[in-house]
Write a protein that binds this ligand. Structure first.
Ligand code: CAA
Length: 391
């Protein structure tokens, strides 16, 4: 059977952030609740020139010059922060990236599961179209509202992945275990700019679905927990993953528990610094693990994806020899430390500005705000969103 998996992976996140301890002080909450109880240290703050298209395009540009774009026959964007009710964000991104017309390009929605649905579809596509590759992009802005219970678990960013035969980073195993049920734990009606969430119920369902899919996966594959070098999780906030990790390692030897816990910490570092990426969260955890730990080729990594509503899937892959050469770990580390720290007043002003629903034409200049990436949202003309590339 042809080996299929992640050949390239790129991350994009806004260049401004806040410290959650400062947010806690302003909201009159014990800072330990945010940093220890919920497990978030910092939160990325998108500005008005940032949306899912600009972030998705910027994430793909991390590696696009290294790949043959004429082979990309499928482009899928997983998102729950859509910018249009009809036209797919994938088409805006295809145009910005100058990708070939000979492709399928569309958007998938199922809460945070959208990108995983894209990856599963991409694997089938690559297997049935020898020589072709697929670009899957997860891109989201997580908004619960100022002063809301979920505020500290917001964030923004995109992860782009090239799925191909003979991948250079992670080779997927053919099995996967999925589980779905009609659950009202998180949703966003068309008239609302912010999500409705029952956070505790959501955690309960996330854990229940983890147990179903993980056990099913072990049964299907005859693998044991100890066979995994690391387990990575969808991480809306790091405490949620810690709870799933506790279930996974229950009853395991000290050696397995210690290894999986250490790798969990490495996989959660970017989430602690950026926040919730919704569709991209699981893949940010994978990147975080690979950037913070030098693992061996052949090591088995588990991936748990969960999207409210709810759909979950557990799948896994082996690291490929030389995978380290495909990553941009130093670039990401430099970027994280060079981000601009915002005061809570500045964050609130930007947040309010981004939440305004405008129906008029307008132009945004990148100089007017700290414009995040090379690709930015430049405003609206004749009801059409405009994107520009700097330089
Ligand atoms: N020091 C240390 N720990 C403290 C503390 C202190 N001073 N004060 C409280 N804590 C701990 C609590 O003990 C609790 O720990 P446990 O979870 O281990 O019990 C934790 O901090 C949180 O405390 P509360 O439960 O009292 O906090 P809360 O009522 O403010 O709710 C929350 C927290 C549920 C995470 C809330 O912030 C929320 O609803 N966030 C959004 C929920 C979310 O992201 N859900 C994920 C949905 S899935 C997804 O990503 C969406 C999708 O598919 C679209």
């Amino acid at each position: 059977m042809t080996a299929v998996g992640i050949d390239q992976i790129g991350v994009y996140t806004p260049a401004q952030y806040i410290e959650t301890t400062e947010l806690a002080k302003r909201r009159q909450v014990d800072p330990n609740k945010f940093t220890i109880g919920i497990g978030q240290d910092q939160m990325a703050v998108p500005n008005p020139t940032t949306d899912i298209v600009s972030m998705g395009a910027n994430a793909a540009r991390v590696f696009l010059s290294k790949v043959d774009t004429s082979k990309i026959g499928l482009l899928i964007v997983g998102t729950e922060s859509g910018i249009d009710q009809s036209k797919a964000s994938a088409l805006f991104i295809k145009s910005i990236l100058n990708l070939p017309n000979e492709m399928r390009a569309f958007e998938i929605k199922e809460a945070c599961f959208g990108a995983t649905a894209g990856i599963m579809t991409a694997q089938d596509y690559v297997k049935s179209h020898p020589g072709k590759t697929a670009l899957v992009i997860a891109s989201d802005i997580s908004r619960y509202g100022l002063n809301s219970g979920g505020e500290v678990t917001q964030g923004a960013g995109a992860v782009a992945m090239l799925i191909s035969e003979h991948p250079r980073i992670l080779e997927f195993l053919p099995q996967s275990a999925s589980y779905s049920d009609d659950v009202n734990d998180f949703w966003r009606p068309n008239y609302s700019a912010t999500a409705f969430v029952d956070g505790k119920y959501s955690t309960e369902k996330y854990l229940e679905f983890f147990t179903h899919t993980f056990n099913d996966y072990l049964k299907q594959t005859n693998l044991k927990v100890a066979d995994f070098e690391a387990l990575t999780y969808h991480l809306p906030f790091t405490k949620m993953g810690i709870k799933a990790q506790r279930l996974a390692v229950e009853g395991q030897s000290d050696k397995t528990q210690t290894r999986l816990s250490r790798h969990f910490e490495e996989s959660a570092k970017y989430c602690r610094q950026i926040g919730n990426l919704y569709t991209g969260s699981l893949y940010l955890s994978l990147v975080s693990l690979l950037h913070h730990k030098n693992l061996k080729s052949g090591d088995l990594i588990g991936l748990y994806s969960y999207g409210s509503g709810s759909v979950a899937e557990f799948f896994a892959g082996h690291l490929v020899n030389g995978y380290q050469n495909q990553l941009s770990a130093n670039q990401m580390a430099d970027f994280i430390t060079s981000r601009q720290l915002l005061s809570i007043d500045e964050y609130e002003a930007i947040y309010t500005e981004c939440g305004k629903i405008r129906t008029d034409d307008y132009e945004l200049m990148p100089e007017a705000v700290v414009s995040d990436g090379e690709v930015y949202f430049a405003g609206v003309k004749d009801h059409l969103r405009q994107y520009k590339v700097k330089g």
